[in-house]
Design a protein around this ligand. Structure first.
Ligand code: DON
Length: 317
């Protein structure tokens, strides 16, 4: 019954966003099952399984939140969206010669397609593709993780955003699969920097801590078709459309079809339990809850986005 009043226009036809977010969380909490926090990296296994937050930032600068919306968490693969945007902004279309844009239909850390596809990863959001994009950004900027961190600070206005070194070190210690992917890609000549540098920058940008509030504010550049918070242009309108399209088709791994079906928005998830979704022309929403489904997406987070778009009709379709 709550869902029937979600997003109902309030005073002067305006949606009461604050009430909307509380209702969305209530609706999501009724989902059976909570999943489990990621435990393949020990530092992530200690995440609070009860944590749950939602934030919505509008293109004109308002920001709303509910629950644990200001609590920092490990952004993990959400960082892959920012490395892609920054690599495209600085280096343009050449990137697409080194990474594809098709859904992989395989888990995010899979190695299997790389051999038959000659070291060209399927898309920028599986680990293999993200390693190539990190390599490209390192080539262009000299500091891929630093570029991501500075971008997040500038777009959110939160100067405290930084890498959690414990998480990065934990990833490095348990990173056999990522190291295997990077070496395999390098064997095809698709990395320009030493494997160890690429891995270090990859772990460092995945291990950035930020809150739902921070990420919703950052996500506005895609809602604003490539315009940054200060009004300058990061991506052309066409590039922003392309990034949104790849987010929709590949941003939630082998569950991207299910995510599009339920939520109907471009979105990027991470194993820290965050999901950042874009409402083109309207704003960005970030949800966080560490319990994951088998594909690595936040159970409550996806349920909250599902409730939000079902109630409001704010999908891209
Ligand atoms: O490569 C890894 O294992 C992590 N640093 C990132 C994985 C991740 O977030 C995939 N997400 N669902």
């Amino acid at each position: 019954v709550v869902i029937s009043r979600l997003g109902r226009p309030r005073h002067n036809g305006r949606v009461d966003y604050q009430e909307l977010l509380h209702d969305v969380m209530d609706t999501a909490r009724r989902t059976p099952g909570r999943g489990r926090p990621a435990d393949y990296i020990p530092a992530l296994a200690s995440a609070d399984p009860e944590a749950f937050g939602v934030a919505l930032a509008t293109v004109d600068g308002e920001v709303y939140g509910a629950g644990d919306w200001e609590r920092p968490f490990s952004i993990q693969s959400i960082s892959k969206l920012f490395t892609l945007a920054l690599a495209l902004a600085e280096g343009g279309d050449d990137l697409w010669k080194r990474v594809g844009r098709e859904p992989s239909g395989n888990p995010f850390n899979s190695l299997v397609q790389l051999e038959t596809e000659h070291g060209i990863p399927r898309n920028p959001f599986i680990n293999a593709g993200a390693l190539v994009v990190t390599d490209r950004l390192l080539e262009l900027s000299g500091d891929a993780a630093g570029a991501v961190r500075e971008f997040l600070r500038a777009e959110s206005g939160n100067e405290l955003i930084s890498t959690d070194d414990t998480v990065a070190a934990s990833e490095a210690r348990h990173g056999h699969r990522n190291a295997a992917l990077a070496h395999f890609i390098a064997s095809y000549g698709n990395l320009r920097n030493p494997v160890d540098s690429v891995l270090a920058h990859y772990y460092a940008h995945c291990a950035i801590s930020a809150s739902c509030r921070d990420l919703a504010l950052v996500g506005r550049f895609l809602a604003r078709h490539g315009l940054r918070a200060d009004g300058s242009r990061l991506l052309t309108r066409s590039e922003a459309k392309r990034v949104n399209a790849v987010l929709l088709t590949c941003g939630t791994y082998d569950a991207a079809g299910e995510f599009a079906f339920r939520v109907g928005l471009p979105g990027k998830s991470g194993v820290g339990g965050g999901v950042l979704a874009v409402l083109p022309g309207r704003g960005a929403v970030c949800v966080w809850s560490p319990g994951l489904d088998t594909a690595g997406n936040s159970v409550l987070g996806v349920a909250a986005l599902d409730a939000l778009t079902t109630a409001t009709g704010w999908s891209v379709f």
